[in-house]
Design a protein around this ligand. Structure first.
Ligand code: FES
Ligand code: FES
Length: 162
């Protein structure tokens, strides 16, 4: 067994797990943060995306012990003071979800994307950067609209695609 210590959504947490435990399982099973979903376990679908030290990663692609000492944000850590994060609000407004299974990963990927591009985000870039996130409900059009709308709201960038 290994001890893992993390800062998660602003809180210091620690727990024990097997050396082979994936970070996504640690987050869901040891920390009880089940908003991070598992669609494949093999880095294909993107439903497990979180932020580690400020960058989006697929949390099934890393062991929990490898993440020890890092700072993590999960979907549960995005809203503040009862207010949705602008990306969450945009997904809601533009109907960027159907069943919602892929949504936490989509939102975490989008938040990182918008932060990195500093407002210079166009539709082609959004579609390209969402390639690692699979939506089985095929709601991509509204997802892209939501990301562009959030980008415009947060950075005064381009408006949502029509
Ligand atoms: Fe991690 Fe699918 S569960 S990419
Ligand atoms: Fe259902 Fe994307 S909304 S998988």
């Amino acid at each position: 067994m290994a001890k893992v210590t993390l800062t998660v959504n602003g809180r210091s947490v620690s727990g024990e797990c097997e050396d082979r435990t994936l970070l996504v399982h640690f987050i869901r099973e040891k920390l009880g943060l089940t908003g991070t979903h598992i669609g494949c376990d093999t880095t294909q679908c993107g439903s497990c995306v979180i932020h580690m030290d400020g960058k989006s990663i697929k949390s099934c692609s890393i062991l929990a012990v490898q993440a020890s000492g890092s700072t993590i944000t999960t979907i549960e850590g995005l809203a503040s003071n009862g207010e949705l994060h602008p990306v969450q609000a945009a997904f809601k407004e533009h109907h960027g979800l159907q069943c919602g299974f892929c949504t936490p990963g989509m939102v975490m990927t989008a938040v990182d994307m918008i932060g990195r591009h500093g407002g210079n985000l166009d539709e082609a870039t959004v579609r390209h950067e969402l390639e690692g996130n699979i939506c089985r409900c095929t709601g991509y059009h509204n997802i892209v609209k939501a990301v562009l709308s959030a980008n415009a709201e947060m950075h005064g960038g381009r408006q949502a695609a029509e």
